[in-house]
Design a protein around this ligand. Structure first.
Ligand code: NI
Length: 187
């Protein structure tokens, strides 16, 4: 089932999400719905808060980027549950990021090149793995989501100020030119 994507301005996106247990109700359905929602919106990653769930879960598929003719370092399609970034290293590099919760805005964001992550997969099997390049980038972006951080929070204050009119529109649900369902926060 495709779920509406929560838009910028919803407090669930600003909240640190909680770890889940293996018998979290409807977990496999939630994961399935998140994949469908992500693909339906042509995203490469989606975090649970973006579908309104304050839990530490996100999905990533960078294989699609390779299909679009871009070079990636060993494409991945993975579910991350209760992840912990154990280390980040390397020079910061910039990449133009976007976010399904902030449609129409893309900005350069600086992040380190390599990360080591400990996480549980959809079967609750624990893994510790290193990722780099675009894989690390997408994981860092999604990880920020479960920490309550958006890529716009990482922009220089002036840049963010310039984006405020656009962000306010998104907050009010005034988004156009997107072909996926969204949900603005109602106070
Ligand atoms: Ni995002």
């Amino acid at each position: 089932m495709i779920l509406p994507v929560v838009l910028y301005g919803d407090p669930v996106l600003k909240k640190r999400a909680e770890d889940i247990v293996a018998d979290y109700p409807g977990l496999q359905d939630t994961i399935k719905n998140m994949w469908q929602t992500m693909y339906g919106a042509s995203g490469v990653g989606l975090a649970a808060p973006q579908v309104g769930l304050p839990i530490r879960l996100f999905v990533v598929d960078t294989i699609q980027l390779a299909e679009k003719g871009r070079k990636t370092d060993g494409d991945i399609k993975k579910v991350f549950i209760n992840p912990v970034i154990l280390s980040e290293e390397g020079e910061e590099w910039k990449y133009e990021e976007g976010c399904l919760s902030i449609p129409g805005i893309r900005e350069d964001v600086y992040r380190q090149q390599k990360i080591k992550v400990r996480y549980l997969d959809e079967d609750f099997t624990e893994h510790t793995e290193e990722f780099q390049g675009i894989n690390a980038r997408v994981i860092q972006h999604e990880y920020d989501h479960i920490e309550g951080i958006l890529f716009t929070d990482k922009l220089k204050p002036l840049k963010k100020k310039l984006l405020l009119p656009k962000l306010n529109k998104i907050m009010r649900g005034e988004v156009s030119d997107i072909d996926y369902r969204v949900r603005a926060y109602k106070k």
